[in-house]
Design a protein around this ligand. Structure first.
Ligand code: NAD
Ligand code: LMR
Length: 337
């Protein structure tokens, strides 16, 4: 017998990432070939026509797993009974807008959406925030959802950063991405993030050793990590904007699908990266939504604990955590938390 459909709500469904997400979710790429889905698309009135167009095209694909599609501009309708929420729609930074203005504008979106999730979503709902600033938007939504839904059901996307790190290593080492394990993104989904290979392996060999072999010694490997790898991954979003003329779309949608898939179906013991609510792990202040190396057994992400961070790595991580704390303080000053 076919299993019951899972209600998946996508906000900003009429936008670029929404368009790249909907068809893959309906095709079964996110939850597997045995899980029918109901899609609920949340848009603001200006985005509704684009979302309607996508809904028509979804019908025209006749996906066997797609139960139905509904659109709304009301979060309480769109999140009703939802088990998985992908919060993509966000206010982009406009000309002359300061970071504090951006945080305030997004607090006005993610606060009400979090509150609606707390009131009307499924008891087991999991929500991932894609819209930037993703970590702090997740913090806002999580705070607004309590007590209806526990804060730790919210996460933010750093899987794109993780995949970018794996992609850079694969090219440099001349291997397929699947040969790499244990790469980690620590901190914020921003230029302060710390992509870390200290515990990573390639075909079972420590990545630092493989880089030293490939690049002509340990010093050359360290220089490549500091001067090329870390800044390239941390600033890849800006590089894509410069080259494409707009921010990443297909790679972001792919990462969001992998994030939810691994959270729901498990990582099989493998490590990936996700921004999750800190309970004080690695000294990160409780409540911040921070990227860590994580695993999943299908019941949500768990932070991999006990990894050694040397002084340089710890300093990089702490700088990114300081940025997250400053964003939290700026939002708290608005009276949102
Ligand atoms: P887009 O402008 O093409 O689409 C955003 C959509 O959200 C629009 O259709 C808009 O109408 C809608 N929207 C705005 N406010 C809304 C609200 N309150 N409720 C529902 N919908 C609303 O942008 P995009 O390219 O799809 O990117 C979306 C977001 O994802 C941006 O914030 C972008 O910076 C972010 N992003 C994050 C990552 C990541 O790795 N975390 C990667 C790429 C992009
Ligand atoms: C990305 O990482 O591609 C997005 O978050 C866009 C950005 O502003 O970097």
């Amino acid at each position: 017998m076919a299993s019951a459909p899972v209600t998946v709500t996508i906000t900003g469904a009429g936008g670029q990432i929404g368009y790249a997400l909907l068809f893959r979710i309906a095709a079964g790429d996110m939850l597997g070939p045995d899980r029918p889905v109901r899609l609920r698309l949340l848009e603001i009135p200006q985005g509704m026509r684009a979302a309607e167009g996508a809904a028509l095209e979804l019908q025209d694909c006749a996906f066997p797993l797609l139960h139905d599609v509904e659109l709304s501009d009301d979060p309480r309708v769109a999140f009703d009974g939802c088990a998985i929420a992908l919060l993509v729609g966000a206010r982009p930074r406009g000309p002359g807008m300061e970071r504090a203005d951006l945080l305030a504008a997004n607090a006005g979106i993610f606060g009400p959406q979090g509150a609606a999730i707390g009131e009307v979503a499924d008891d087991d709902v999991r929500a991932v925030v894609v819209g930037n600033p993703a970590n702090t938007n997740a913090l806002i939504a999580a705070a607004a959802a309590v007590p209806g839904v526990p804060a730790d059901r919210f996460s933010a996307l750093t899987r794109l950063d993780h995949n970018r790190a794996v992609g850079q290593l694969a090219v440099t080492l001349g291997v397929l991405p699947g040969a790499l394990r244990g790469v980690a993104i620590w901190g914020n989904h921003s230029a302060t993030q710390f992509p870390d290979v200290a515990h990573a392996t390639v075909d079972g060999m420590p990545v630092p050793d493989a880089l030293a072999e490939r690049l002509g010694g340990r010093e050359a490997a360290l220089a490549w990590l500091d001067d090329v790898f870390i800044p390239r991954v941390a600033k890849r979003g800006a590089e894509i904007i410069e080259v494409r003329g707009s921010s990443s779309v297909a790679s972001a949608a792919n990462a969001a699908i992998e994030h939810v898939r691994d959270e729901q179906l498990g990582t099989g013991g493998a490590t990936t990266s996700a921004a999750v609510v800190s309970r004080g792990e690695y000294g990160v202040p409780e409540g911040l939504v921070c990227s860590f190396p994580v695993t999943s057994d299908g019941e949500g992400y768990r932070i991999v604990e006990g990894l050694e961070l040397d002084a340089r790595s710890r300093a990089r991580f702490e700088a990114s955590v300081d940025e997250l704390a400053a964003e939290r303080d700026a939002v708290a000053a608005l009276g949102v938390l």
